[in-house]
Design a protein around this ligand. Structure first.
Ligand code: NAP
Length: 256
């Protein structure tokens, strides 16, 4: 209990999937959570649900690729609490699933705007707030596909590789000022993002899920909570000696 008591946390893409699980866990462990997402209905519903539990949560509309919106959400959070302790750069999209030579520049750019520019903008505006407070923790959602390759969704894999190294650069840049920056590398987690991949592959969700299960040595895909517990650890002071690291939570996928 109370592993992140009174910390002020922004979770981008916090309305559904991994972000939703992270918001829920962080709030239950004492954080004041800002759920920031383009999914307004799901985000508001989650905030209401958490507040009804007696927890501290608010929803703010945010497109992480829009600089004005990122600045506004970070500024409003800081003005309200006069602190920002944790930023979870979680929002991400899979993007077009085509071989590289068939992709359009627009399809490539769409993924880079959300998955890479979104992490840059979140970090850019969170860091000055964290510096004023003497430190903080930034948690960037990369992927197993920021560590190893796969013959599909090329912009996604490129974006997650970028997030892995952006994390290390920022970890080194801000270590002396007490800001820790780490990346999380999930295997397949059953979320709306992965359900969408099943639809796009024209497969029944159950059959698609069985194929994904078989890719993981532990025999199954993960659940959003599996990742949320890693995020909670990196958000808490329990991880105070960890920066620039890669937290792999993948059922053994990358162990081979
Ligand atoms: P998800 O189920 O699609 O949830 C992500 C949330 O972010 C959705 O509400 C989504 O809205 C929102 N979002 C999309 N674009 C946004 C933007 N520009 N600004 C703000 N919010 C935006 O995804 P997830 O599976 O939970 O994944 C969360 C993170 O983990 C992503 O970075 C993903 O790449 C990473 N990850 C996931 C898996 C996995 O297997 N699920 C594995 C490795 C890494 P829409 O629904 O409208 O897009």
């Amino acid at each position: 209990m109370n592993r992140v008591q009174d910390k002020v946390v922004i979770v981008t893409g916090g309305a559904v999937g991994i972000g939703r699980a992270a918001c829920t866990l962080l709030a239950r462990e004492g954080a004041s959570v800002v759920i920031a997402d383009i999914q307004d209905d799901a985000g508001r519903e989650l905030a209401e649900r958490l507040v009804a539990e007696g927890l501290v949560a608010t929803f703010k509309h945010l497109d992480v690729a829009n600089e004005d919106e990122v600045r506004a959400v970070v500024d409003a959070t800081y003005r309200q609490s006069t602190r920002l302790d944790v930023l979870v750069n979680n929002a991400g999209i899979a993007g077009a699933n085509k071989p590289t030579h068939e992709l359009t520049v627009e399809e490539w750019q769409q993924v880079m705007d959300v998955n890479v520019k979104g992490v840059f903008l979140g970090t850019k505006y969170a860091v000055p707030c964290m510096l004023k407070g003497g430190g903080g923790s930034i948690i960037n959602l990369s992927s197993i596909y920021g560590l190893v390759g796969a013959p599909d969704i090329p912009p996604y894999h490129a974006s997650k590789g970028a997030v892995r190294l952006m994390t290390k650069t920022d970890a080194l840049l801000y270590a002396a000022q007490g800001i820790r920056v780490n990346s999380v590398h999930p295997g397949y987690i059953w979320t709306p993002l992965v359900e969408q991949l099943a639809k796009e592959a024209g497969q029944e969700p159950a059959a698609f899920r069985r194929q994904l299960d078989a890719k993981h040595p532990l025999g199954h895909v993960g659940k959003p909570d599996d990742i949320a517990y890693g995020i909670l650890y990196l958000a808490s002071d329990e991880s105070k000696f960890i920066t620039g690291s890669e937290l792999v939570i993948d059922g053994g996928y990358t162990a081979r």
